[in-house]
Design a protein around this ligand. Structure first.
Ligand code: ZN
Length: 220
């Protein structure tokens, strides 16, 4: 399967990681589409940020409702009454974990891709960084890839360009792709819903800022 001749669907949130993946896909595929999920995230401006970046990148933007995810599971990212974990608890993962999120996202994305004759899916998951979310790990992605192929008798390929990169290396990739400033100022990763450099103190901001600092220092 030739990548450069093919189309890819990027699971897109408008954050640092999936935006970097979007531009990675634009470099590696002839045609790129995005799918963004509305899953009850507290900061619905995420969706507008995603829409704006997709427009800027000149790619197709599709918004899919997945609000059932926050109705059946509990997470501090979707429920305002839960105080967000600042640190990763001993032997577990933080309550920012949204149970089933990537499983649902990839299942739905695969069906959408199939309808559009697309066989390449791109997701910005990484198992290198701290969170330890089980559905960001390589083993899960490989299993999910096999599952969606068996479910629809198709040959999908799930691409995870960030799987083995830390945050500094993700910034380096954005820079190589010529979108360091776009990712830095126009994406939304902050758990408090502040675009660009964010609130500066939530776990997502701290991770993102530490990675950027490390990358910018390495470049000197
Ligand atoms: Zn923040």
């Amino acid at each position: 399967m030739q990548m450069k001749d093919s189309a890819a669907l990027v699971v897109f949130s408008g954050g640092q990681d999936s935006t970097t993946c979007l531009f990675w896909a634009l470099k590696n595929f002839k045609e790129v589409h995005t799918i963004t999920f509305s899953y009850g995230q507290k900061h619905s401006q995420e969706i507008e940020v995603a829409r704006r970046i997709a427009m800027k990148a000149g790619v197709d933007f599709f918004l899919q409702d997945a609000s059932f995810i926050s109705q059946i599971g509990t997470s501090s990212l979707t429920d305002s009454s839960i105080t967000m974990d600042d640190e990763k608890p001993e032997g577990g993962f933080p309550n920012t974990f949204v149970p089933g999120r990537n499983m649902f996202f990839l299942s739905v994305a695969a069906v959408y891709a199939r309808e559009h004759g697309i066989h390449h899916l791109v997701t910005g998951v990484s198992q290198t960084d701290f969170s330890g979310y089980p559905d960001c790990r390589d083993g899960f992605i490989k299993s999910m890839n096999l599952t969606i192929n068996l479910a629809m008798d198709e040959q999908f390929v799930i691409h995870t360009p960030l799987m083995w990169l830390d945050k500094a290396e993700t910034w380096a990739l954005a820079d190589q792709l010529g979108v360091l400033d776009l990712v830095r100022y126009e994406t939304l990763t902050c758990y408090n819903g502040i675009q660009g450099e964010g609130c500066g103190h939530c776990p997502a901001c701290r991770l993102r800022a530490a990675g950027l600092k490390k990358y910018l220092e390495s470049r000197k």
